[in-house]
Design a protein around this ligand. Structure first.
Ligand code: URA
Length: 434
């Protein structure tokens, strides 16, 4: 078999066999296939696509390029949740404890964020002492005793994806749906869960800018998951406006704690309940999505989910006093309110611009080596559809550098589109793919 022939076959738009895809993945992972051939192959896929069968083979081979986690030492049906990424997305911090409180084990491998805000791991590390470098034994033990553990993704989880993603990033092949689907699902399959719930975001702050493209990606990932023997659901959610109010690491943990205390933002909680309901239903703990939601609501009103969160923080070395008294979090000392300079209705808040404002403050990483400032970020005080008057506060900014706060403030003001006509808020959930 020659890589040249495989590239040529995909260039002609023909379907590849499992053996041909394996030849590529194995050869690229062990270094015998050079970057220039891999680049040409990725571009042929980006242009001519892959069908579900080909994408499933590609995903499985990418997953099997490294360690496949065996979660059988954890009792129960294992569920995992993945978000395609968004601004202010702290859903994992709320969903994990809620679902675990219902006896559904959550063993989560999570990444650090490269982008506007940190990832789940970065957010959790804003709690003093919180440790995500767990040994496998501690990881499994914590899931068995508390129901929830979050650890940093090991380097050996789908290494083929790591290598391919770096190449896609510089060859204009990131946006190909089969390649995105294989990339995300290879890591999910390797992480070992029986049930996978995907939050596919759409809108200005998301990877997928249109609902149609989000649906196409969702469909493909659900097909791959089901073909691989994992029960998979995808919920398509809005990422035009930022999710909830807080953007920034400690600020998002504080908002998650507020939500676990029953005071969550309406849109944020709608997304939380929908995703969590599919996790509980998929794990067989509820006979319907409605029943799952009812059970989940009870984990909040009873305080059970908050207790699981506190136990989880403590078990991973974090100071659990922060969970019961979030005022302990040290926020940026340069605090500024962004005041509204016109009266009218908020027509849109561009999440991508809000994300850049938080990046300027230091809440995210510009490069792999950037160091995150956990206490900086912003709180959005007005949402799309709201009436605003001159002088009202649109958002509060927390930084540690006056110049950066000024720069972020200009960027943030530009993210608010204010006009004379009342606009309806965006939908929250667009569709569910089962
Ligand atoms: N996230 C991933 O993990 N992979 C992609 O290709 C895109 C988003």
């Amino acid at each position: 078999m020659r890589m040249y022939d495989i590239i040529d076959k995909k260039r002609l738009g023909l379907k590849l066999t499992k053996e041909e895809i394996a030849f590529f993945i194995n050869g690229y992972t062990d270094g015998s296939i050079p970057d220039y051939q891999a680049s040409a192959f990725l571009m042929a896929i980006a242009i001519n696509g892959m069908d579900v069968e080909e994408t499933t083979e590609l995903t499985l081979l990418m997953a099997q390029s490294g360690e496949m986690l065996d979660l059988s030492v954890i009792k129960g049906v294992h569920v995992d949740k993945h978000s395609s990424g968004g601004v202010g997305d702290k859903t994992t911090l709320i969903i994990g404890p809620m679902v675990a409180a219902l006896g559904v084990p959550v063993a989560k491998m999570s990444g650090r964020g490269l982008g506007h805000t940190g990832g789940t791991i970065d957010k959790l590390e804003s709690i003093p002492g919180f440790n995500t470098s767990l040994s496998k034994e501690t990881f499994y033990n914590n899931v068995n005793s508390i129901g929830l553990a979050v650890a940093g993704q090991t380097a050996n989880l789908a290494p083929a994806d790591k290598k391919l993603y770096a190449l896609r990033d510089v060859t204009a092949t990131v946006s190909s749906i089969p390649l995105i689907a294989a990339s995300i699902m290879s890591k999910k399959l390797a992480a070992g869960a029986d049930v996978i719930v995907l939050d596919v975001k759409t809108g200005s702050g998301a990877f997928m800018k249109t609902v149609e493209s989000a649906k196409e990606l969702a469909r493909r990932m659900v097909d791959i998951g089901n073909n691989a023997g994992r029960k998979t659901y995808a919920v398509i959610t809005d990422m035009n406006d930022p999710l909830g109010k807080a953007v920034g690491n400690a600020l998002e943990v504080m908002e998650a704690i507020e939500a676990l205390n029953g005071k969550g933002d309406k849109k944020l909680m709608e997304v939380v309940y929908r995703l969590a309901s599919y996790m509980v239903f998929g794990a067989g703990k509820a006979e319907s999505i409605d029943k799952a939601r009812e059970m989940l609501e009870e984990t909040i009103t009873s305080g059970k989910a908050l207790k699981v969160f506190a136990d989880f923080v403590k078990a991973q070395g974090g100071d659990d006093r922060y969970v019961y008294d979030p005022s302990l979090f040290k926020l940026g000392t340069v605090c500024e309110d962004l005041k509204c300079d016109v009266s009218g209705y908020i027509k849109d808040i561009r999440s991508d611009e809000v994300g850049i404002a938080s990046l300027i403050l230091g809440a995210g990483r510009e490069t792999k080596d950037s160091v995150i400032d956990p206490g900086v970020g912003l709180i959005i005080k007005k949402k799309t559809g709201d009436r605003v008057e001159i002088g009202e506060t649109l958002a509060t900014i927390y930084g540690n550098n006056t110049e950066k706060v000024k720069e972020a403030s200009v960027r943030l003001r530009n993210s608010f589109d204010i006009g004379n006509d009342k606009t309806e808020p965006y939908k929250i959930i667009y569709d569910v793919v089962e």
